[in-house]
Design a protein around this ligand. Sequence first.
Ligand SMILES: O=P(O)(O)O[C@H]1O[C@H](CO)[C@@H](O)[C@H]1O
Ligand SMILES: [Mn+2]
Ligand SMILES: [Mn+2]
Length: 391
Amino acid sequence: MPRAFVIVIDSVGIGGAPDADQYFNGTLPDTGANTVAHIAQTAGLCVPTLDAMGLGAAVQLASAETAKGLDTTPTGAWGAATEKSRGKDTPSGHWELAGVPVPWEWHTFPDTQPAFPDDLTAEICAAAGTDGILGNCHASGTVIIEELGDAHVQSGWPICYTSVDSVLQIAAHEDHFGLQRLYDLCAAIAPTLHGMKVGRVIARPFVGSSGNYTRTANRKDFAIATPAPTICNYVAQAGRKVYAVGKIGDIFSMSGISDLRKGRDAELMGHLDDLVSEADDGSFIFANLVEFDSEYGHRRDPAGYAAHLQWFDAALAELLPKLRTNDLLIVTADHGNDPTWPGTDHTRERVPVLVHGAGARPLGLLDFSDVGASVAAHLKIPYQGEGKSFL
Ligand SMILES: O=P(O)(O)O[C@H]1O[C@H](CO)[C@@H](O)[C@H]1O
Ligand SMILES: [Mn+2]
Ligand SMILES: [Mn+2]
């Protein structure tokens, strides 16, 4: 029986979103942002496997820009997908890839201090058992723990911050505040935030001492439930297994998912390698590799981003020959995060859809949800999500 692998390389956008002018980093619209093309231009990019799957061709189709050095004639099926959900965040992108565009406007918090309404702050304090919170503003997560880490350790107050995304993030020290206490705090306030149509409460634990605070891999997202069944649910309803790798479990609140494997990106590639040999016939393997976004995109580090793409390209080159004859593997992304762009937020972009196991052909301009529909078609299961199969 056929199996389907979808690997989301988080934030690897290819420019050209027709509505980029409606999305911002600060006051600057995302018009012209292009994660892959601008990394190739500023840092240099050597990704022969992705390019052979169609990455360079997809950049050109999406944005009419050329990604320097990406000029191979594709030997895979390739296209560029456009998002319709009104959000350039991770849940919007993943849900739509999974066949469920977001039907509502997300609630975001203003770029003011305080950013959060007083009644919400009071609820956080009550749940945390503290007299106040720190932060209460838009921030970069690595910068705010540098700035407020000492005050957090001294006062015991949680550091609460947000971004242009529909999120409330809480940073707290694993030893001084406690990891489980942080998770419990996020879980306690999540229903209120979800009721406000805030997509996620994110626990951002960190360790270390003054001048040396670092975030750990124990990040946990408490996401709002999807408004309709996703490809994960349809696969599960057909009696097949759904393996989630990385953040996928959090993004879909584990709905439809029967096996979860987590870790840093290098470990996640190891999990994918294991799953190529051990995943059940007829199953769906859905992976997210987050470090493109969290370590390099938000940190505006084009050289680091290029190196991580090159690492992934080499790992993918080792994985592809191990796939079985009937396996389908799709590499795609959920939004952009151009590391050459002002600000530290995501950028509204089209994403690549690079398909191994479906011949060599251009698929043209696609919708995000065509990915979910194609997985269903490949697995030959009933599917009532959005999208049209490109197979
Ligand atoms: O700066 P950090 O904490 O990495 O935050 C980033 O991560 C959040 C969730 O992916 C985004 O909304 C962005 O703000
Ligand atoms: Mn993302
Ligand atoms: Mn992000």
